[in-house]
Design a protein around this ligand. Structure first.
Ligand SMILES: NC(=O)c1ccc[n+]([C@@H]2O[C@H](COP(=O)([O-])OP(=O)(O)OC[C@H]3O[C@@H](n4cnc5c(N)ncnc54)[C@H](OP(=O)(O)O)[C@@H]3O)[C@@H](O)[C@H]2O)c1
Length: 322
């Protein structure tokens, strides 16, 4: 893993004129000659700059992906008053945070191929890689709650989030429980409530649904141990209200793992603060969904690049709403 942006020593290419971190191997062996002629030698790159290709510890990744401190940067709440793209706060609005308190920060984590596919054969695993999964795990390790659409839960066989020793101290210091809650967004509640996601999570799984959800399904969810949270007046969930409802429960470090139909609604509602996007160096062709779906926006939303990491050709970007 190496950092490409913000620019650091790790960014400097080692194949064109030496590494800033202790290039070695004076003289003209054949490999070096080839290198001078422009031929890339990854093995030599690694030798010259071990910093570049080393696997980052989970602690380093957690530092790199830390949520903004209270009072810094933009937030869903600020967008509601500032840019006017989000619906007006309605009933159940979280009160304005006091000094030092957190506003909700909604981050999404998605992976896409070069040609924009967000899945292959119905799953995201084939377009992911080990480094992507480490970041995926790290983002979970930093979150209060993981918000996910019901179709992703059904197709990807979601399990409860684990408590991981690597994040225990950090979570305790941040006042978080040992693992994030999972919040499933659903209108129909057609979920298998006998799965461990509902029966044996460390923290009760949340069901975000509308006030008109079928009472028998709501009762089944509650019997299984889930906590049902109403975040919409009809069958469906209002995305901005979902963010506020989670904040009211004390969940301000929000992570959505999609899927595309859910993410599209968070974007359209103007409540997405950050996108952690893995660009997978693969082409799949076909008609897979892209990372955000639904009706197109009247005006494209511009995000700013906050950081860019790279490993084995996979790019790990972090984009924030300016
Ligand atoms: N590339 C990636 O990073 C990534 C990430 C996640 C998923 N995926 C892939 O994406 C696919 C699934 O994504 P998807 O877009 O089809 O589905 P999704 O967004 O995961 O889930 C859609 C479902 O969520 C519920 N939902 C969404 N918005 C709602 C609202 N406003 N109110 C109430 N319920 C709402 C509905 O559930 P009910 O039907 O229960 O009412 C809806 O059918 C899978 O193939 C998965 O592998 C890829």
């Amino acid at each position: 893993m190496r950092r490409l942006f913000p620019v650091t020593d790790q960014t400097v290419p080692t194949h064109s004129g030496g590494s800033p971190l202790g290039a070695r191997g004076e003289g003209g062996d054949a490999a070096q000659d080839r290198e001078r002629d422009g031929e890339r030698n990854p093995e030599r790159d690694r030798e010259r700059n071990p910093e570049r290709d080393r696997e980052w510890s989970l602690d380093e990744l957690a530092d790199a992906y830390a949520y903004p401190e209270p009072g810094s940067g933009s937030s869903s709440s600020s967008s509601e008053s500032g840019r006017g793209t989000a619906p007006e706060p309605g009933p159940g609005t979280a009160s304005e945070p006091g000094p030092g308190e957190r506003r909700p920060w909604l981050r999404a984590n998605m992976v896409s191929t070069l040609d924009g596919a967000a899945q292959h054969e119905g799953r995201s695993q084939p377009i992911s890689t080990a480094a992507d999964m480490r970041i995926f795990g790290t983002l979970r390790g930093l979150a209060d709650v993981v918000v996910v659409g019901a179709e992703t839960v059904r197709l990807e066989g979601y399990r409860p989030a684990r408590a991981r020793a690597e994040f225990a101290r950090r979570r305790e210091a941040a006042g978080q429980g040992p693992a994030p809650a999972v919040a499933v967004v659903t209108a129909g509640l057609d979920l298998d409530f006998s799965l461990p996601l509902f029966t044996s999570p460390l923290v009760p799984t949340l069901i975000l649904t509308g006030a008109a959800a079928a009472p028998d399904k709501v009762a089944a969810a509650e019997r299984a141990g889930a906590r049902v949270v109403i975040a919409g007046d009809g069958m469906g969930v209002d995305p901005a209200r979902a963010v506020r409802a989670l904040a009211d429960l004390g969940h301000t470090r929000l992570l959505t793992e999609g899927g595309p139909r859910l993410l599209g609604q968070f974007v359209a509602a103007g409540v997405l603060d950050e996108l952690c996007l893995t660009v997978s160096p693969m082409l799949t062709v076909g008609d897979a969904q892209r990372i955000a779906g639904g009706p197109s926006l009247a005006v494209p939303q511009r995000f700013a690049l906050a950081s860019l990491l790279e490993e084995e050709g996979f790019l790990f970007g972090r984009y924030r709403r300016p």
